[in-house]
Design a protein around this ligand. Sequence first.
Ligand SMILES: [Zn+2]
Length: 433
Amino acid sequence: MVQDGIVQGVGEPPVGAEVVPLRGRALLPGMVAAHSHAFQRAIRGRTEHRSRPTDEGSATRAKDDFWSWREAMYAAAERLTPQDLHAVSKFCFLEMARAGITAVGEFHYLHRDASGKPYADPNELDLAVARAAREVGLRIVLLRVAYARSGFRVPENPRQKRFIEGSAEEYLKNLDALSRHVAVGAAPHSVRACPAEWIRDISQEAFRRGWPLHLHVAEQRGEVEQCQAEHGTTPALLLERLGVLRDTTTAVHAVHLSERDIAALGRARATVCACPTTERNLGDGVVRADLLLAAGYGSASEATRRCSSRRSRTRASSSTPAPDAGAASDPRPRAGRCLRSGSQAVRRGQRGRHALLGAARGFASPRRPGGFHRHRSRRPVHRLRECRGSDGQRGVRDGAHGDPRDLGGGEPLRLDFEGALPGFRAAKRRLWG
Ligand SMILES: [Zn+2]
Protein backbone atom coordinates (compact mmCIF):
# COMPACT_ATOMS: atom_id res chain seq x y z
CA MET A 1 0.00 0.00 0.00
CA VAL A 2 1.28 3.40 -0.93
CA GLN A 3 0.16 6.72 0.46
CA ASP A 4 1.57 10.09 -0.55
CA GLY A 5 4.43 8.36 -2.29
CA ILE A 6 5.45 6.40 0.82
CA VAL A 7 5.12 2.62 1.06
CA GLN A 8 2.87 1.91 4.03
CA GLY A 9 3.01 -1.84 3.94
CA VAL A 10 2.64 -5.00 1.90
CA GLY A 11 -0.32 -7.35 2.20
CA GLU A 12 -4.07 -7.09 2.39
CA PRO A 13 -5.29 -3.51 1.92
CA PRO A 14 -7.16 -1.88 4.78
CA VAL A 15 -10.82 -0.99 4.47
CA GLY A 16 -11.31 2.10 2.33
CA ALA A 17 -8.13 1.76 0.33
CA GLU A 18 -8.40 2.15 -3.41
CA VAL A 19 -7.31 -1.05 -5.07
CA VAL A 20 -5.85 -0.84 -8.56
CA PRO A 21 -5.68 -4.26 -10.19
CA LEU A 22 -2.75 -4.75 -12.54
CA ARG A 23 -4.00 -7.40 -14.91
CA GLY A 24 -1.32 -8.72 -17.20
CA ARG A 25 1.31 -6.53 -15.68
CA ALA A 26 4.11 -6.85 -13.20
CA LEU A 27 4.77 -4.10 -10.70
CA LEU A 28 8.51 -3.59 -10.64
CA PRO A 29 10.66 -1.31 -8.55
CA GLY A 30 11.54 1.88 -10.31
CA MET A 31 15.17 1.80 -11.34
CA VAL A 32 17.62 4.44 -10.20
CA ALA A 33 20.08 6.10 -12.55
CA ALA A 34 22.84 6.79 -10.07
CA HIS A 35 25.09 8.63 -12.50
CA SER A 36 23.75 10.90 -15.21
CA HIS A 37 24.98 13.88 -17.20
CA ALA A 38 21.65 14.78 -18.78
CA PHE A 39 22.97 17.57 -20.99
CA GLN A 40 25.08 15.04 -22.87
CA ARG A 41 21.84 13.84 -24.47
CA ALA A 42 22.60 16.69 -26.89
CA ILE A 43 25.64 14.85 -28.29
CA ARG A 44 24.07 11.41 -28.60
CA GLY A 45 24.80 10.04 -32.05
CA ARG A 46 27.60 12.53 -32.67
CA THR A 47 30.39 10.74 -30.85
CA GLU A 48 29.63 7.03 -31.17
CA HIS A 49 32.15 6.26 -33.84
CA ARG A 50 35.73 5.23 -34.01
CA SER A 51 38.06 5.92 -36.87
CA ARG A 52 40.45 3.17 -37.79
CA PRO A 53 44.09 4.19 -37.72
CA THR A 54 44.21 3.45 -41.44
CA ASP A 55 41.46 5.95 -42.21
CA GLU A 56 42.49 8.88 -44.23
CA GLY A 57 42.28 12.17 -42.44
CA SER A 58 43.91 13.87 -39.55
CA ALA A 59 45.89 12.11 -36.88
CA THR A 60 43.29 13.27 -34.37
CA ARG A 61 40.51 11.38 -36.12
CA ALA A 62 42.57 8.25 -35.99
CA LYS A 63 42.89 8.52 -32.23
CA ASP A 64 39.30 8.76 -31.06
CA ASP A 65 39.18 7.98 -27.39
CA PHE A 66 37.95 9.46 -24.13
CA TRP A 67 39.89 12.65 -24.67
CA SER A 68 38.59 13.25 -28.22
CA TRP A 69 35.06 12.47 -26.98
CA ARG A 70 35.61 15.09 -24.31
CA GLU A 71 36.35 17.74 -26.92
CA ALA A 72 33.03 16.96 -28.64
CA MET A 73 31.27 17.18 -25.30
CA TYR A 74 32.82 20.60 -24.69
CA ALA A 75 31.39 21.83 -27.99
CA ALA A 76 27.91 21.32 -26.52
CA ALA A 77 28.79 22.42 -23.00
CA GLU A 78 30.15 25.75 -24.21
CA ARG A 79 26.98 26.79 -26.00
CA LEU A 80 23.99 25.54 -24.06
CA THR A 81 21.72 28.27 -22.71
CA PRO A 82 19.75 27.66 -19.53
CA GLN A 83 16.68 27.06 -21.73
CA ASP A 84 18.59 24.59 -23.88
CA LEU A 85 19.86 22.79 -20.82
CA HIS A 86 16.36 22.46 -19.44
CA ALA A 87 14.97 21.19 -22.76
CA VAL A 88 17.74 18.67 -23.37
CA SER A 89 17.67 17.42 -19.78
CA LYS A 90 13.92 17.05 -19.86
CA PHE A 91 14.04 14.93 -22.98
CA CYS A 92 16.74 12.77 -21.43
CA PHE A 93 14.69 12.33 -18.25
CA LEU A 94 11.61 11.45 -20.29
CA GLU A 95 13.55 8.67 -21.94
CA MET A 96 14.75 7.46 -18.56
CA ALA A 97 11.19 7.44 -17.24
CA ARG A 98 9.93 5.49 -20.20
CA ALA A 99 12.64 2.90 -19.57
CA GLY A 100 11.48 2.35 -15.97
CA ILE A 101 13.78 4.73 -14.13
CA THR A 102 12.08 6.72 -11.38
CA ALA A 103 15.03 8.40 -9.63
CA VAL A 104 18.23 9.96 -10.92
CA GLY A 105 21.52 11.16 -9.47
CA GLU A 106 22.50 14.02 -11.73
CA PHE A 107 26.25 14.62 -11.67
CA HIS A 108 26.01 18.17 -12.86
CA TYR A 109 29.04 20.28 -13.64
CA LEU A 110 27.79 23.15 -15.79
CA HIS A 111 27.49 26.10 -13.44
CA ARG A 112 28.59 29.34 -15.10
CA ASP A 113 27.64 31.28 -18.20
CA ALA A 114 29.43 30.93 -21.51
CA SER A 115 32.00 33.59 -20.56
CA GLY A 116 32.82 31.82 -17.30
CA LYS A 117 30.98 34.28 -15.04
CA PRO A 118 28.50 33.13 -12.38
CA TYR A 119 24.85 33.72 -13.17
CA ALA A 120 22.96 36.12 -10.90
CA ASP A 121 21.83 32.96 -9.15
CA PRO A 122 24.94 30.73 -9.18
CA ASN A 123 22.65 27.69 -9.22
CA GLU A 124 20.61 28.77 -12.24
CA LEU A 125 21.74 25.85 -14.39
CA ASP A 126 21.48 23.32 -11.56
CA LEU A 127 17.93 24.45 -10.89
CA ALA A 128 17.05 24.21 -14.59
CA VAL A 129 18.04 20.53 -14.52
CA ALA A 130 16.16 19.91 -11.28
CA ARG A 131 13.06 21.52 -12.76
CA ALA A 132 13.29 19.29 -15.82
CA ALA A 133 13.32 16.18 -13.63
CA ARG A 134 10.42 17.39 -11.56
CA GLU A 135 8.34 18.15 -14.62
CA VAL A 136 8.81 14.56 -15.72
CA GLY A 137 8.06 13.27 -12.21
CA LEU A 138 11.51 11.79 -11.51
CA ARG A 139 13.04 12.00 -8.09
CA ILE A 140 16.36 13.80 -8.47
CA VAL A 141 19.43 14.13 -6.29
CA LEU A 142 21.51 16.99 -7.67
CA LEU A 143 25.11 15.85 -7.32
CA ARG A 144 26.54 19.31 -7.77
CA VAL A 145 30.07 18.95 -9.09
CA ALA A 146 33.12 20.82 -7.81
CA TYR A 147 35.68 21.50 -10.53
CA ALA A 148 38.85 23.41 -9.74
CA ARG A 149 41.32 22.86 -12.57
CA SER A 150 42.16 20.99 -15.74
CA GLY A 151 44.63 18.73 -13.97
CA PHE A 152 47.89 18.53 -12.11
CA ARG A 153 50.43 20.71 -13.94
CA VAL A 154 48.05 20.84 -16.88
CA PRO A 155 47.50 24.26 -18.49
CA GLU A 156 44.10 25.76 -17.91
CA ASN A 157 41.61 24.61 -20.52
CA PRO A 158 39.36 27.53 -21.55
CA ARG A 159 36.71 25.03 -22.61
CA GLN A 160 36.15 24.18 -18.95
CA LYS A 161 35.34 27.73 -17.87
CA ARG A 162 31.69 26.95 -17.24
CA PHE A 163 32.63 24.17 -14.79
CA ILE A 164 35.20 25.91 -12.63
CA GLU A 165 34.42 27.83 -9.44
CA GLY A 166 36.85 29.93 -7.43
CA SER A 167 37.26 27.92 -4.25
CA ALA A 168 35.88 25.05 -2.22
CA GLU A 169 34.19 27.64 0.01
CA GLU A 170 32.39 29.18 -2.95
CA TYR A 171 31.31 25.74 -4.12
CA LEU A 172 30.00 24.78 -0.68
CA LYS A 173 28.13 28.07 -0.34
CA ASN A 174 26.38 27.38 -3.64
CA LEU A 175 25.69 23.78 -2.71
CA ASP A 176 24.16 24.87 0.57
CA ALA A 177 21.90 27.32 -1.27
CA LEU A 178 20.90 24.62 -3.73
CA SER A 179 20.07 22.21 -0.91
CA ARG A 180 17.16 24.46 0.06
CA HIS A 181 15.47 23.67 -3.26
CA VAL A 182 16.36 20.09 -4.12
CA ALA A 183 17.97 17.00 -2.57
CA VAL A 184 21.72 17.32 -3.12
CA GLY A 185 24.94 15.39 -2.93
CA ALA A 186 28.52 16.64 -2.97
CA ALA A 187 30.65 15.70 -5.95
CA PRO A 188 34.30 16.74 -6.15
CA HIS A 189 34.72 15.78 -9.81
CA SER A 190 37.91 13.69 -9.56
CA VAL A 191 41.41 13.76 -8.15
CA ARG A 192 42.42 15.20 -11.50
CA ALA A 193 40.00 18.14 -11.42
CA CYS A 194 40.18 18.88 -7.67
CA PRO A 195 43.25 19.32 -5.48
CA ALA A 196 43.37 17.23 -2.31
CA GLU A 197 42.35 20.16 -0.07
CA TRP A 198 39.14 20.67 -2.02
CA ILE A 199 38.27 16.99 -1.81
CA ARG A 200 38.96 16.89 1.92
CA ASP A 201 37.00 20.06 2.76
CA ILE A 202 34.03 19.18 0.58
CA SER A 203 33.81 15.60 1.79
CA GLN A 204 33.95 16.67 5.43
CA GLU A 205 31.02 18.99 4.85
CA ALA A 206 29.15 16.23 3.01
CA PHE A 207 29.63 13.85 5.94
CA ARG A 208 28.54 16.53 8.39
CA ARG A 209 25.39 17.28 6.42
CA GLY A 210 24.57 13.67 5.61
CA TRP A 211 24.91 14.20 1.88
CA PRO A 212 26.04 11.40 -0.42
CA LEU A 213 29.51 11.91 -1.88
CA HIS A 214 30.24 10.97 -5.50
CA LEU A 215 33.53 11.20 -7.41
CA HIS A 216 34.84 9.95 -10.73
CA VAL A 217 37.65 7.57 -9.75
CA ALA A 218 40.31 6.01 -11.99
CA GLU A 219 38.27 6.22 -15.18
CA GLN A 220 41.37 6.69 -17.30
CA ARG A 221 44.94 5.46 -17.03
CA GLY A 222 46.10 9.05 -17.57
CA GLU A 223 44.22 10.12 -14.46
CA VAL A 224 45.95 7.43 -12.39
CA GLU A 225 49.33 8.48 -13.77
CA GLN A 226 48.66 12.14 -12.94
CA CYS A 227 47.65 11.16 -9.41
CA GLN A 228 50.85 9.14 -8.97
CA ALA A 229 52.88 12.13 -10.13
CA GLU A 230 51.10 14.57 -7.81
CA HIS A 231 50.44 12.45 -4.73
CA GLY A 232 52.65 9.38 -5.11
CA THR A 233 49.69 7.04 -4.94
CA THR A 234 46.55 5.95 -6.77
CA PRO A 235 43.24 7.85 -6.73
CA ALA A 236 41.50 5.31 -4.47
CA LEU A 237 44.37 5.20 -1.98
CA LEU A 238 44.60 8.99 -2.00
CA LEU A 239 40.91 9.14 -1.12
CA GLU A 240 41.48 6.66 1.68
CA ARG A 241 44.39 8.75 2.96
CA LEU A 242 42.15 11.83 2.94
CA GLY A 243 39.47 9.98 4.92
CA VAL A 244 37.04 10.29 2.05
CA LEU A 245 36.10 6.64 1.61
CA ARG A 246 32.98 5.76 3.57
CA ASP A 247 29.81 3.81 3.01
CA THR A 248 28.17 6.96 1.68
CA THR A 249 30.96 7.46 -0.87
CA THR A 250 30.45 6.39 -4.47
CA ALA A 251 33.41 5.87 -6.80
CA VAL A 252 32.10 6.29 -10.33
CA HIS A 253 33.70 4.14 -13.05
CA ALA A 254 36.62 2.82 -10.95
CA VAL A 255 38.01 0.98 -13.95
CA HIS A 256 41.74 1.12 -13.35
CA LEU A 257 42.00 -0.26 -9.82
CA SER A 258 44.88 -2.11 -8.22
CA GLU A 259 44.30 -4.90 -5.69
CA ARG A 260 45.11 -2.44 -2.93
CA ASP A 261 42.54 -0.02 -4.35
CA ILE A 262 39.89 -2.75 -4.31
CA ALA A 263 40.76 -3.65 -0.73
CA ALA A 264 40.48 0.01 0.31
CA LEU A 265 37.04 0.42 -1.28
CA GLY A 266 35.95 -2.81 0.37
CA ARG A 267 37.17 -1.80 3.83
CA ALA A 268 35.20 1.43 3.55
CA ARG A 269 32.09 -0.34 2.22
CA ALA A 270 32.12 2.33 -0.45
CA THR A 271 30.07 1.99 -3.60
CA VAL A 272 31.38 1.48 -7.10
CA CYS A 273 29.10 2.84 -9.78
CA ALA A 274 29.84 1.22 -13.12
CA CYS A 275 28.58 2.72 -16.36
CA PRO A 276 29.32 -0.11 -18.80
CA THR A 277 28.06 1.51 -21.99
CA THR A 278 29.98 4.68 -21.32
CA GLU A 279 33.06 2.74 -20.34
CA ARG A 280 32.81 0.83 -23.59
CA ASN A 281 32.05 3.78 -25.85
CA LEU A 282 34.78 5.92 -24.39
CA GLY A 283 37.32 3.12 -24.31
CA ASP A 284 37.70 3.39 -20.53
CA GLY A 285 37.93 -0.34 -19.90
CA VAL A 286 35.90 -2.79 -17.82
CA VAL A 287 35.05 -2.49 -14.13
CA ARG A 288 36.49 -5.51 -12.32
CA ALA A 289 33.27 -6.37 -10.58
CA ASP A 290 34.35 -9.99 -10.25
CA LEU A 291 37.36 -8.99 -8.16
CA LEU A 292 35.36 -6.50 -6.16
CA LEU A 293 32.82 -9.20 -5.32
CA ALA A 294 35.54 -11.73 -4.58
CA ALA A 295 37.06 -9.31 -2.08
CA GLY A 296 34.29 -10.34 0.33
CA TYR A 297 30.57 -10.10 0.78
CA GLY A 298 29.58 -7.03 2.67
CA SER A 299 32.80 -5.23 1.87
CA ALA A 300 33.82 -4.79 -1.72
CA SER A 301 30.90 -6.90 -2.84
CA GLU A 302 28.69 -4.38 -1.18
CA ALA A 303 30.37 -1.91 -3.42
CA THR A 304 29.71 -3.70 -6.64
CA ARG A 305 26.25 -4.83 -5.88
CA ARG A 306 25.38 -1.21 -6.06
CA CYS A 307 26.44 -0.95 -9.66
CA SER A 308 24.63 1.50 -11.80
CA SER A 309 24.73 1.61 -15.52
CA ARG A 310 23.27 4.85 -16.34
CA ARG A 311 25.44 7.55 -17.66
CA SER A 312 24.97 5.44 -20.72
CA ARG A 313 21.34 6.48 -20.78
CA THR A 314 22.43 9.90 -21.90
CA ARG A 315 24.15 8.56 -24.97
CA ALA A 316 23.10 6.00 -27.48
CA SER A 317 24.77 2.66 -27.60
CA SER A 318 27.26 2.23 -30.35
CA SER A 319 27.68 -0.83 -32.46
CA THR A 320 31.36 0.02 -32.66
CA PRO A 321 32.92 -0.52 -29.28
CA ALA A 322 36.16 1.28 -28.66
CA PRO A 323 37.86 -0.77 -25.99
CA ASP A 324 40.88 0.41 -24.14
CA ALA A 325 43.78 -1.52 -25.61
CA GLY A 326 45.10 -2.53 -22.21
CA ALA A 327 41.73 -3.63 -20.93
CA ALA A 328 40.97 -5.58 -24.08
CA SER A 329 44.06 -7.69 -23.70
CA ASP A 330 43.45 -8.26 -20.01
CA PRO A 331 42.57 -11.96 -19.63
CA ARG A 332 40.86 -11.59 -16.26
CA PRO A 333 37.18 -12.51 -15.93
CA ARG A 334 34.65 -9.86 -16.79
CA ALA A 335 31.99 -8.10 -14.81
CA GLY A 336 29.15 -9.90 -16.53
CA ARG A 337 29.86 -13.09 -14.64
CA CYS A 338 28.81 -11.55 -11.38
CA LEU A 339 25.10 -11.24 -11.94
CA ARG A 340 23.49 -14.58 -12.52
CA SER A 341 19.93 -13.53 -13.26
CA GLY A 342 17.79 -10.57 -14.08
CA SER A 343 16.06 -10.68 -10.72
CA GLN A 344 19.41 -10.74 -8.96
CA ALA A 345 20.53 -7.74 -10.95
CA VAL A 346 17.34 -5.87 -10.15
CA ARG A 347 17.59 -6.71 -6.45
CA ARG A 348 21.19 -5.67 -6.17
CA GLY A 349 20.84 -2.62 -8.28
CA GLN A 350 17.67 -1.49 -6.67
CA ARG A 351 18.78 -1.86 -3.10
CA GLY A 352 22.07 -0.18 -3.62
CA ARG A 353 21.04 2.51 -6.00
CA HIS A 354 18.27 3.75 -3.81
CA ALA A 355 20.59 3.65 -0.83
CA LEU A 356 23.29 5.68 -2.46
CA LEU A 357 20.82 8.35 -3.40
CA GLY A 358 19.48 8.43 0.13
CA ALA A 359 16.11 7.15 -1.03
CA ALA A 360 14.31 3.87 -0.49
CA ARG A 361 16.19 0.75 0.54
CA GLY A 362 14.66 -1.83 -1.64
CA PHE A 363 11.34 -2.44 -3.21
CA ALA A 364 8.20 -2.02 -1.15
CA SER A 365 9.95 -1.39 2.13
CA PRO A 366 7.64 0.12 4.72
CA ARG A 367 8.09 3.82 5.43
CA ARG A 368 10.28 4.25 2.38
CA PRO A 369 9.45 6.29 -0.69
CA GLY A 370 7.97 4.15 -3.41
CA GLY A 371 9.00 4.32 -7.02
CA PHE A 372 7.29 1.83 -9.28
CA HIS A 373 7.26 0.85 -12.87
CA ARG A 374 4.41 -1.08 -14.44
CA HIS A 375 5.67 -3.54 -16.92
CA ARG A 376 3.46 -5.11 -19.59
CA SER A 377 3.69 -8.84 -19.67
CA ARG A 378 1.88 -11.50 -21.67
CA ARG A 379 2.96 -14.14 -19.22
CA PRO A 380 1.16 -14.73 -15.94
CA VAL A 381 2.67 -12.55 -13.29
CA HIS A 382 2.59 -12.66 -9.55
CA ARG A 383 -0.60 -11.16 -8.28
CA LEU A 384 0.47 -7.72 -7.31
CA ARG A 385 -1.66 -4.79 -6.55
CA GLU A 386 -0.88 -1.26 -5.80
CA CYS A 387 -3.23 0.99 -3.99
CA ARG A 388 -3.34 4.18 -2.09
CA GLY A 389 -5.11 5.26 1.00
CA SER A 390 -8.43 6.98 1.11
CA ASP A 391 -7.06 10.40 0.29
CA GLY A 392 -8.41 10.15 -3.21
CA GLN A 393 -5.06 10.21 -5.02
CA ARG A 394 -4.65 7.59 -7.63
CA GLY A 395 -1.58 5.45 -7.41
CA VAL A 396 -1.31 4.45 -11.02
CA ARG A 397 -2.45 6.45 -13.96
CA ASP A 398 -2.39 6.02 -17.67
CA GLY A 399 0.83 7.15 -19.27
CA ALA A 400 0.95 8.86 -22.61
CA HIS A 401 1.06 6.90 -25.85
CA GLY A 402 0.56 3.56 -24.19
CA ASP A 403 3.83 3.89 -22.33
CA PRO A 404 4.33 2.03 -19.08
CA ARG A 405 2.43 3.48 -16.20
CA ASP A 406 4.65 4.65 -13.48
CA LEU A 407 5.03 6.29 -10.17
CA GLY A 408 7.98 8.51 -9.44
CA GLY A 409 8.58 10.95 -6.65
CA GLY A 410 5.15 10.14 -5.29
CA GLU A 411 3.61 11.47 -8.48
CA PRO A 412 2.68 9.66 -11.65
CA LEU A 413 5.36 10.15 -14.25
CA ARG A 414 4.40 12.57 -16.99
CA LEU A 415 5.59 11.14 -20.24
CA ASP A 416 4.76 14.11 -22.41
CA PHE A 417 7.23 13.61 -25.24
CA GLU A 418 5.23 15.72 -27.69
CA GLY A 419 5.23 18.65 -25.32
CA ALA A 420 9.00 18.39 -24.79
CA LEU A 421 9.97 17.81 -28.40
CA PRO A 422 9.83 21.41 -29.74
CA GLY A 423 12.21 22.70 -27.06
CA PHE A 424 14.54 19.75 -27.54
CA ARG A 425 14.60 20.23 -31.30
CA ALA A 426 15.22 23.96 -30.96
CA ALA A 427 18.16 23.31 -28.63
CA LYS A 428 19.67 20.74 -31.00
CA ARG A 429 19.23 23.11 -33.92
CA ARG A 430 20.95 25.91 -32.03
CA LEU A 431 23.84 23.60 -31.20
CA TRP A 432 24.35 21.77 -34.44
CA GLY A 433 22.42 23.68 -37.11
ZN1 LIG B 1 30.38 10.92 -15.21
